[in-house]
Design a protein around this ligand. Structure first.
Ligand SMILES: NC(=O)c1ccc[n+]([C@@H]2O[C@H](COP(=O)([O-])OP(=O)(O)OC[C@H]3O[C@@H](n4cnc5c(N)ncnc54)[C@H](OP(=O)(O)O)[C@@H]3O)[C@@H](O)[C@H]2O)c1
Length: 266
């Protein structure tokens, strides 16, 4: 039996166990995936403990995505992004599959990002992964964020490797973009049920909401009413999970099985 898990704080609402366990069952892999709560000051102990217990791999979520960097050999875009969400504990290699998960979610809906202008709302971990992923694919990224200093810092970091500017949140109606990506919790169950940008912006654009609970967020629902193409947060979740699954097992992940398991749980 192999052991996998997700570490975070808090962690009990994570959908990753249901998603990965469904994939293991479907492919007949003798493995189990657990949600493991780790107190913020115990991350080093947790990684050592997981290795000692012969865990093969971990996903990492809030608040550890940045702090685990110093314990792993960061691969691919993880170093550039400055955050890791997947660790292979056998090699101690760290990856960021949020970035590829977001790109695959867009690609799955036939959205080409090259030479497009994408507005990313937010400057946290998800926004950071998405902004770097988009510029790597030659999109121009416009960052906006409630706290201007964080948005400016992200734009400055991304600009080192691609086209990226910051635009103030209170003047966001003035921008003209092809793709709008919400990387804030606005619209998430338990948060404000409102749009993260003014209605006037949601016209003739692709709308991607990274929020996946509920699946049909206020932003997705409004965008669909306006006839916009939409990309669901659940697809980013499933594709980032599928990428982690492949890193750990070497197997192609059964994405439809994983998506179904997540939707049932939601
Ligand atoms: N689909 C997926 O696989 C996936 C993966 C990761 C995350 N997500 C989604 O992305 C969201 C952000 O995750 P994260 O890891 O980036 O979190 P984070 O690091 O905590 O960042 C949160 C961001 O949202 C902004 N924000 C928070 N509350 C807001 C509000 N009421 N109004 C406007 N902006 C607000 C914050 O702005 P300030 O800088 O001003 O605080 C910050 O930019 C999550 O809620 C989750 O729904 C989805």
């Amino acid at each position: 039996m192999e052991y996998y898990g997700v570490i975070g704080y808090p962690i009990k609402h994570s959908l990753s166990p249901v998603m990965h366990n469904a994939a293991f069952r479907h492919l007949g892999v003798d493995a189990i995936y657990l949600a493991l709560e780790v107190k913020p000051d115990r991350i080093e102990d947790a990684l050592k403990g997981a290795r000692a217990l012969s865990f093969s791999g971990l996903n990492v979520t809030i608040p550890f995505k940045e702090s685990v960097l110093k314990y792993v050999d960061a691969k691919g875009v993880a170093m550039k992004i400055g955050a890791v969400n997947t660790i292979d504990l056998r090699s101690m290699e760290g990856y960021n599959t949020d970035a590829i998960g977001a790109l695959k979610a867009l690609e799955n809906e036939g959205v080409e990002v090259k030479d497009k202008v994408a507005l990313v709302i937010g400057a946290g971990g998800a926004a950071r992964a998405i902004a770097f992923a988009l510029t790597e694919k030659k999109a121009t990224v416009v960052i906006t964020n409630r706290t201007q200093s964080r948005g400016l810092k992200l734009a400055e970091d991304v600009r080192k490797t691609g086209e990226c500017i910051f635009y103030p949140y209170d003047r966001i109606e003035d921008v003209s973009v092809d793709i709008i990506i919400n990387a804030t919790p606005v619209g998430m169950s338990g948060f404000e049920k409102k749009l993260p940008v003014p209605e006037s912006l949601i016209r003739d654009v692709v709308v991607f909401d990274t929020v996946y609970n509920p699946m049909e967020t206020p932003l997705i629902s409004f965008a669909r009413k306006r006839g916009c193409k939409v990309v669901y947060g659940i697809d980013m979740l499933v594709f980032q999970g599928a990428e982690a699954f492949k890193i750990w097992t070497g197997k192609k992940a059964p994405v439809d099985v994983m998506r179904k398991a997540v939707i049932e749980k939601l």
